[in-house]
Design a protein around this ligand. Structure first.
Ligand code: NDP
Ligand code: 8X3
Length: 256
């Protein structure tokens, strides 16, 4: 179905999957609300999108862990962007590869608040309008880490498992409305994800993707667009998408 003219709010739009989705939704003729903490990135992206596709774009510079601000977002959006039809909860991160013996609790809280609590807050803020208008789609960007846990990822995996449970429960709560709920679970994709995980260590980040062809941000954006453009009676519940040379969270075949 066509989503031309629909309003799409993407969290974590300043890089990686979120930025790639912004391009795809703009190509589909959507109005965009782009949210992240790095304002310069958002403004640059907004200008490029408007120049290329002539679609309306609004940016919000916000930390999704500011739950009070998240709660106020629907009433603070400019009138033309206020009726959010598609909410993509994409902002998220892993920090470190600590084992359970040495997890850093500050990192743990940041991951839990960003990957889980903020999704709960964003969903609560925008689902009311969707049910009122009887039109909407919530897309949560989960991970293979939400399907399988691995050593050195206890907290990140726990957040994505929690997100999977939240997404399934949301589908239960919204059954009987027109609002669809989708979980996308990517495997290894080359974005800024590993650079963030390794706290700026480019060499360690690059090593994650050595010796095989990882997914790209555009691959994930394609999956999101696929889910959002199915006919109204079709709800894509879950997509698990891996690189061809990946068979499990840590099962990657490297050629060198
Ligand atoms: P990136 O690091 O490239 O992008 C993450 C985005 O999230 C950035 O735009 C960042 O923007 C935003 N973000 C992070 N924390 C906050 C915050 N507190 N408030 C607002 N925005 C925030 O990584 P990806 O694109 O790869 O990650 C997107 C999602 O995909 C995440 O949820 C991640 O867990 C998930 N994922 C990634 C995979 C991968 O291999 N890359 C695989 C599976 C899932 P800014 O810093 O400007 O705030
Ligand atoms: C990101 C993929 O395998 O690093 O969610 O957890 S993984």
């Amino acid at each position: 179905m066509s989503i031309e003219g629909w309003t799409v709010l993407i969290t974590g739009a300043s890089s990686g999957f979120g930025e790639a989705m912004a391009w795809r939704f703009a190509e589909a003729g959507c109005r965009l609300v782009l949210l992240a903490r790095r304002q310069d990135r958002l403004e640059n992206l907004r200008d490029q999108l408007i120049f290329t596709y002539r679609v309306p774009v609004h940016t919000i510079c916000l930390d999704v862990r500011n739950f009070a601000e998240v709660d106020l977002l629907p009433q603070q959006l400019p009138k033309d962007f206020a009726k959010v039809d598609i909410l993509v909860n994409n902002a998220g991160l892993a920090l470190g590869t600590a084992t359970v013996q040495d997890n850093n609790l500050d990192d743990a809280v940041t991951m839990i608040e960003t990957n889980v609590t903020a999704v709960i807050a964003m969903t609560k803020a925008f689902v009311a309008g969707m049910t009122e208008r009887n039109r909407g789609h919530i897309v949560n960007i989960s991970s293979i880490a939400g399907v399988e846990a691995y050593g050195g990822g206890s907290v990140y995996c726990a957040t994505k498992h929690a997100l999977q449970a939240f997404t399934t429960a949301a589908r239960h709560d919204l059954v009987g409305t027109a609002v669809r709920v989708t979980s996308i679970c990517p495997g290894a994709a080359q974005t800024e994800f590993s650079l963030v995980r390794f706290k700026g260590d480019q060499e360690k980040a690059d090593a994650v993707y050595n010796g095989f062809a990882p997914l790209t941000a555009e691959d994930i954006a394609d999956n999101v667009l696929y889910a959002c453009t199915r006919p109204e009676h079709v709800q894509i519940a879950d997509i698990l998408v891996l690189a061809t040379n990946q068979c499990s969270a840590k099962g990657i075949a490297r050629v060198n």
